[in-house]
Design a protein around this ligand. Structure first.
Ligand SMILES: [Zn+2]
Ligand SMILES: [Zn+2]
Length: 674
């Protein structure tokens, strides 16, 4: 696999957007990994991400059923001169319908609400196409909006930018409402032309995804959205970051199971049930939104289920969630040798459940030396012999603890604040801290400083605070300095998030490592793909673990716990081996040439995400693409800015009528080497 760290390149796109007379804050459109739209439009003009050659643009399935391969596969059911489409992608399919004798689109059925499925629908709907969408609400969560809401009222869903813990709907939301003519629920069937169509609920990729079984000309074909990409493969995994439980689907808000923030692959239950539903329907042909048309669908699904389960287990094997949510003990086989040990003694009961004794995570924990003190929600304080204090992280209220310590004579003064990462609970006390200690310098690694000093430039990264905070000194990876009796060394430490640093404090026998939120005594905190946890040797957690192996700290510190802990060399080895195996397994599960494309929720982003412009002014955005491949790749970007829903917080009703459409000036087909 690729050993070179991924590179991030900003395309100098001069994506200039004219601001209408009213002026407003503009939100950058999320960049869809767009394929070049030069005719002939094909999803992968140079072949699929896994190296297979590109397919034809129009594929005949039966006399009445065709598939158009644009940025996504679009189903075309025809009846004389009219057509029913399944998804429509960027709408370019309309330009090819004449070849099939079609002059009008009667209806479009959508598998789900994502922009890559539906961004071309507005013009087609204006020309008379009726819009049909999935109507089922997510079964496990009452009151969760159905997929229909994301078509009809997307604007309200954009208002979740700051301190985001919820990823549904996700960032491929439409930018303006689309009028819905009919909503289909699971099992609903109807006839159109020569075909019988049945709606099959297939949540997983999105909460309310629907597949459509089309029986026509004696054949049965299922259009399955993004449930499956190809035999044994799925398009991406970050979209399946779900709340509830990956096992039984129970949603216990505030109970044992977590927010979506902790839910990497927790759409597992829904996905597996959806795949079983498709398999039970025994289609002869399976047409995915992204990917290749499949014949042997049972084999394709079985292989996907097997690989998904392998990847999920491999991820669970080192996950700190097993320590944070005790319910995992009911579902995970803790006798397995390839799992990071969690308990001193585990007995498998006759009912298959685990009886776990002596939490091993506790035995990893050790008391803090006198120079260390845990204060506030997330802060550690390092005390020098002469009473000076150096603080790591600054959650709300931490300054009160500092004040108390000074009053009690525990510390004489505060000489520095180092921020481990950008998450709100590590920086939301900075404002108060600054008031109390105006002369105290604030330090952070460059990756962290880039985010926290200018938060509005960033897309909705998880737990991003709206308020920026100052950084007085940016530390470089490996930079050391003496602070009283301690030698401090700062590191780039891309564990829990890519925008994360680590700090080592050495004095005498002590070697203390402040790991921020990257580890707890239960394992790795890699549960939120929007935090950007990259796989690969020398990247992400592998880089962090390699550093810990090298430094051999005497105390590892987690920001949220007052008990230092330590991994054994065997623990570290197991975790690194797990990551290497994971990279291989996820590479098989995901169709890209590097699995990080399917795991990194932000490999394409627009920056700045929000900016001010005067009426009549211009806005320019960078499209920042992370090249996870081992080779130079070519990317193409096309701005699809439909409306001024990109402005402030407009009410949904006003968006279509009040705001004029944007005009975007940029070469629409230009390919820019990355
Ligand atoms: Zn999708
Ligand atoms: Zn954090």
């Amino acid at each position: 696999m690729d050993n070179t760290p991924a590179t991030e390149s900003a395309l100098a796109l001069a994506l200039v957007i004219l601001i209408p007379a009213a002026g407003a804050i503009g939100y950058a459109p999320e960049a869809v990994p767009a394929e070049p739209a030069a005719a002939p439009a094909r999803p992968y003009p140079d072949g699929y991400p896994d190296g297979r050659p590109a397919g034809p643009i129009l594929t005949k399935i039966t006399e009445h059923l065709w598939v158009y391969a644009g940025p996504i596969n679009v189903g075309i059911l025809r009846d004389g001169q009219r057509a029913l489409l399944i998804d429509c992608g960027d709408g370019a399919v309309a330009g090819r319908l004449g070849e099939l004798g079609v002059t009008a689109i009667d209806q479009i059925l959508f598998t789900h609400h994502h922009r890559d499925q539906a961004c071309g629908a507005y013009d087609l709907a204006a020309a008379g196409a009726k819009i049909g969408v999935p109507g089922d609400a997510y079964a496990a969560i009452k009151d969760f909006p159905s997929e229909r809401v994301f078509f009809e009222k997307p604007a309200g869903c954009f208002d979740r930018r700051w301190v985001n813990w919820s990823y549904h709907p996700d960032y491929l939301l439409l930018t303006e409402p689309l009028k819905v003519d009919s909503a289909y629920t699971g099992g609903q069937a109807f006839t159109w032309g020569a075909a019988k169509i049945r709606a099959l609920p297939t949540p997983g990729h999105t909460n309310g995804s629907m597949s459509y079984e089309v029986s026509v000309d004696g054949r049965r074909v299922i259009f399955s959205g993004d449930c499956i990409y190809d035999e044994g493969q799925i398009w991406e995994l970050y979209g399946m970051t779900k709340a509830g439980s990956p096992f039984d689907g129970k949603f216990l808000f505030g109970g044992n199971w977590a927010f979506e923030y902790e839910g990497l692959m927790w759409g597992r239950k829904e996905l597996l049930e959806s795949l079983a539903r498709i398999k039970d329907a025994k289609p002869e042909i399976l047409v995915p939104s992204h990917g290749r048309i499949m014949n042997a669908s049972a084999k394709a699904i079985d292989s996907l289920v097997a690989r998904f389960e392998q990847c999920f287990e491999k991820y669970l094997a080192t996950s700190c969630l097993r320590d944070m949510f005790p319910d995992f003990a009911n579902y995970v086989d803790y006798t397995r040798k390839d799992f990071l040990p969690m308990f001193g003694k585990v007995t498998k009961l006759s009912n298959g459940k685990m009886y776990c004794e002596a939490p091993l995570a506790d035995t990893r924990r050790k008391p803090a030396p006198p120079c260390l003190l845990h204060i506030g929600p997330t802060s550690w304080l390092l005390k020098s012999k002469d009473g000076a204090a150096f603080v790591v992280d600054c959650g709300k209220g931490m300054e009160k603890d500092l004040r108390k310590l000074m009053e009690q004579g525990e510390i004489a003064r505060v000489e520095g604040l180092w921020i481990s990462h950008y998450h709100d609970d590590h920086v939301d006390g900075v404002e108060e801290f600054r008031k109390l200690f105006p002369a105290c310098p604030i330090l952070a690694d460059g990756h962290v400083a880039e985010v926290i000093t200018s938060t509005s430039a960033w897309p909705p990264l998880p737990c991003l605070m709206s308020q920026s905070v100052p950084v007085d000194r940016v530390t470089k990876d490996g930079e050391s300095w003496q602070w009283h009796e301690f030698k401090l060394t700062a590191y780039f430490f891309p564990g829990q998030t890519l925008y994360h640093g680590g700090l080592c404090a050495e004095a005498g026998e002590l070697r203390i490592f402040f790991s921020g939120d990257s580890f707890n005594a239960g394992g790795l905190e890699d549960y939120c793909p929007y935090n950007r946890n990259w796989l690969g040797q020398g990247a992400g957690y592998d880089l962090c673990l390699e550093l810990i192996e090298k430094l051999k700290p005497t105390h590892l510190l987690w920001a949220h716990d007052s008990r230092p802990f330590l991994f054994t060399p065997a623990d570290l080895q197991l975790m690194r081996a797990n990551l290497a195996e994971r990279e291989k397994l996820f590479a098989e599960l995901l169709p890209w040439d590097n699995p990080n494309y399917g795991l990194d929720g932000w490999w394409v982003m627009c920056r700045p995400y929000a900016q001010q412009a005067k009426p009549g002014g211009e806005l320019a955005f960078d499209v920042v693409i992370t090249n996870h491949s081992a080779v130079v790749r070519t990317a193409a970007c096309r701005a699809i800015c439909k409306a001024m829903s990109l402005c402030g917080r407009p009410e949904p009703e006003k968006m279509g009528s009040f705001w004029p459409r944007m005009r975007v000036f940029m070469p629409s087909m230009e390919e820019i080497p990355v």
